[in-house]
Every structure is written in structure tokens, then in C-alpha cells.
Design a protein around this ligand. Sequence first.
Ligand SMILES: *Cc1c(COP(=O)(O)O)cnc(C)c1O
Length: 364
Amino acid sequence: MDTMVLLNPGPVNLTSRVRAALAGPDLCHREDEYFDIQDEVRRRLLEIYDLDPAQWAAVVLSGSGTAAVESMICSIVPPDGGVAVIENGVYGERMSQMAGAYGFDTQPVTHDWGVPVDLDQLESTLGGHDSVTHVACVHHETTTGRLNDLASIGAICRARGRGLLVDAVSSFGAEHMDFEGWGITACAAVSNKCLHGAPGVAIVIVRRDALVGDASQRRSVYLDLATYYRAQDQRGTPFTPAVPAMLALREALRELAEQGGQSARHQRYRDLATRIEHGLVGLGLAPLLGTGESSLALRAWRLPENLSYDTLHDRLKRDGFIIYHGQGGLADRIFRIANMGAVSDNDVDRLIGAMGSILANPSP
Ligand SMILES: *Cc1c(COP(=O)(O)O)cnc(C)c1O
């Protein structure tokens, strides 16, 4: 099968350089050759947002983005602590499930999917629950494309002395993040979205002083962040890592730095997102959210009346494009287009052309 242009929110199309790194040398993960790769990946992850290595650590484990988020929640919230979880989409709701599964006092701050975070509701939840030690929030809620206002949420956490745990799985590397200014305690990320690596490396960026619990307090063996943190700071690894995924991530991080880092990726995504927007609006389609509310990495679009998601998906797939479905109650109302990964202007122009033909003749 020909390579598809992946417009789903990860895994992404790799550059040939990153793909070549996947076929790197066979190596043992308990030798210097591997620890050199691990050290470079951890250093470069902090450099993306200019984080001081004396204050912050990047921890890597093998798994998908969900492993990163779960590791962050189960390792940082103390056993007698509580989490207020901001929910305005699938991924916020998933964090509540995690916090509940570990038995934390879980206080969901619920919203309809896609609406902006109600800061008053957050304030009153924190005011009414002294047991809540942390607030958990998704940065880019991929369900709808909404970029949540972490500056305002972080200010409330600060004023009320609560830690802030961020699911930045679909924003890390591309969107602006002010770790110090927003008072972030930790954030979860993944290799295969805005960082343009292959799937397999779950990432947690954590303040060093947030991992003080002793081993007797751990709630998970495989997902305990402190176990990885201690081993990796001493050029070790507790378990067998996904070595090819680490090789690909190292190459993707080198490429990102050479291209100009996060601000350059942000600009590239802005250009692609604008190109897609002009094309689709020109065809009469409407986005779910306004331009300023949406991330630059993914946008949700309203399905036209006369076209089902399945028809749109299948016809675009015949033309070489993979788009993404809406979830839950949005399933028959929207489709989503991400512009992460090695997507070219020409890919976008061809997509708009293909969409134009489908809209002109929308039968399956
Ligand atoms: C993709 C994603 C995840 C993790 O999904 P996995 O399938 O486990 O990689 C978590 N949060 C957000 C916001 C995401 O977009």
C-alpha cells in the first residue's frame, strides 16, 4: 500500500531521516551506547522549552501517551491527596478515570465537550475541597481541538497552593507553554505527535522537587515515575526500553532543534492550519471552534448535512488521506484534521482538491 498522508492526531508521517533512525544498530539497553541516546533525548526534551535541568527532569518510559499521563497522576499525587480534574473532552474524562482507579479523592470539574473551562467552577471546587492537592488539565483537548487556558488555570492553582498536572500529549513541542509562569508541576507528552517521532516513548517533564515520595508510597510498579527518574539520572533504566522508538525520537529532536525549535514548529503549524482553514472555508465548511480557541495542531470541522463521516473518510482514503472521526456525541457531527508530522503544503493543496470533488458529488 502506498504511504498515506496521516491527518490523524498521531502517529504521524515521519521524515525519511527519522524513519532511517528506526533501523539503527542493535544495542543492549544496559550499555553506554544506549545511555548516551537516553541522556541526549532527556537533555533535548528540556531544551524545547528552555527548562533548567537543575529544577526540571525529563523522564522517559515505553508506552503510549496514556502511559505518560497515568504515570504522572499515580506518581505525583500523594496517597492521601486529591485531584480536581478539568473535563471538557475525552482526555480530561480519562484522567478522572485514572485518578479514581488509584483511589484518589477525585473531584471532576465537568463541562460539555468543547466549551471553555469555567474558572469560577474551578475556584469553587478548590474552595470546597481541602483534600484536593492537585489540579489536572488537558492542554490541547484533542476531542474538539480546544486549547485550554492554562495561564488562567495555573494562576488559580498558584493562588490556592495547588499543584498543576498537565496532559500536553497533543501540544508538547508545538504550542507555547510557560512552565514557570503557569506554575506547572508536571506535564505528560509523547514521541509520536507534535515531536514527530515514532510511537513508543511516553514522556513526563517534572519538577524535581515533586518526586519526593519514598518507594513505600508507590502505587504502581511499571508506571512509577520516581523509579525511572532515579535510574535515568544515574544513566540507568529500570526496564527494557523501546530502543528503536528512542533512536527515532533522538533524531526527531535533533531535527526539531535544527529547524529552529518550538517557535519554528509553532509557526509551521500555523501556516499549515491557515492553509487548511482557507481551503475548507472556501469549500463552504465551518470549523467547530473559532480560530483563536483552537490549537494549531488539529481542528474539528462540522460535517455537511448531506455527507456521512464514513463516506468522507473512505473517499479521502482512496485519495491517500487519513482523516479522523469525532468521538461520543460528536461522532456524526464533526471530522478532525490534524497537521502534525511531515505534512507538506502540497499535501494540503491536494487534500483541498480531493475534498472539493467529494463535496461536489457526495455519494458514497
Ligand atoms: C493522543 C492523546 C493521549 C494519549 O493517547 P494514546 O493513544 O495513549 O497515545 C492523551 N491525551 C491527549 C490530549 C491526546 O491527544
